[in-house]
Design a protein around this ligand. Sequence first.
Ligand code: TRP
Ligand code: SF4
Length: 404
Amino acid sequence: MSTVESQKRVLSGMRPTGQLHLGHYHGVLKNWVKLQHEYECFFFVADWHALTTHYATPQVIGDNVLSMVIDWLAAGVNPGSASIFVQSRVPEHAELHLLLSMMTPLGWLERVPSYKDQQEKLRDRDLETYGFLGYPLLQSADILIYRAGQVPVGADQVAHVELTREVARRFNHLYGREPGFEDNAEAAIKKMGKKAARLYNNLRTAYQEQGDHDALERAQALIKEQQNISLGDRERLLGYLEGSGKMILAEPQALLTPAAKMPGLDGQKMSKSYGNTIALREPIDDVAKKINTMPTDPARVRLKDPGDPDKCPVWQLHEVYSDDDTKAWVQQGCRSAGIGCLACKKPVIDAVVAELEPIQQRARQYEKDPDIVRTIIAEGCEQARESARETLQDVREAMGLSYR
Ligand code: TRP
Ligand code: SF4
């Protein structure tokens, strides 16, 4: 596949370290479900990534792999539109990671902000390991092996995508020159026909000698217009234009997930570490219990004490779930002590239950028949491996490793 086409490919992964909750649903999964209709999508369980922090308790990971995929499917990720797979079952990721590790400066990894941050945050674990330092590079391999153009991630992961771009650039710079590249590029120019070839040469000279960016863009457009050249030649022409060589690895873009910060039961961001979550497969009775026992504005001790929704975590849930009329009813009723907190919580409970019921119903189907899930994963792994092998073959060749 050409780098141009691959820009339409999306890849993202999630670490299998616990039950998914509404924070994952609103923050990530709903976005995946939308993307699967617009792009070719690959979504994977990042089990090796989980090992970098959970190497001492790997059973946690195994327990969560299948269950996380069930949550994805239940949330609406469709195996007909997206390939769903498990990282450790596509060993090509590991080979690319190893090869990239040879040319990645240590400083690039030490500089990644999450490295020190996570070490500080997870003080109870020893993260002075080789694997943990290499985590972002493993992520780069995950992305580059599919030549993914778009990587949906949260803000905390943008630095990893940026590292990936730098690694791809360095790789292309070091190895993008296939043997006989210049001759192959010259031959490709001839294949465009006399007129286009002359134009290409003029534009290339204008860019390389005078740095004329307009000429660069016109030449790129010219290459895209060509009908009769192979994808390999197209890449050569693009590479030759900039004087670099062939693009082997494509630079991805971070597709920043809109920061829909799903509030938790205490008003902080919903997160397992705060213990303020509603799981996607939370028993429905517990949903009502959890919401009914949520803290409210502490000023409302008695029913006749007026409150302030801005000081109440329940209001934040209304902001996610309620329509304008309901929100006006809350504002008015809370400030005038016209409604009680339990009454105020009722529409939120109903909305969360309405959201979870179809998800849980689908989840139950898969729980009853986990072999369906295993088949979905097996097929996803095959689809992923097919692309991964193709890239790895190009990488091995570029690095001169294809001897037999
Ligand atoms: N590091 C990501 C996280 O902690 C998970 C991940 C691993 C990932 N590889 C990836 C995300 C590749 C996007 C692309 O959330
Ligand atoms: Fe919060 Fe609603 Fe009670 Fe006001 S009435 S304090 S918004 S739960």
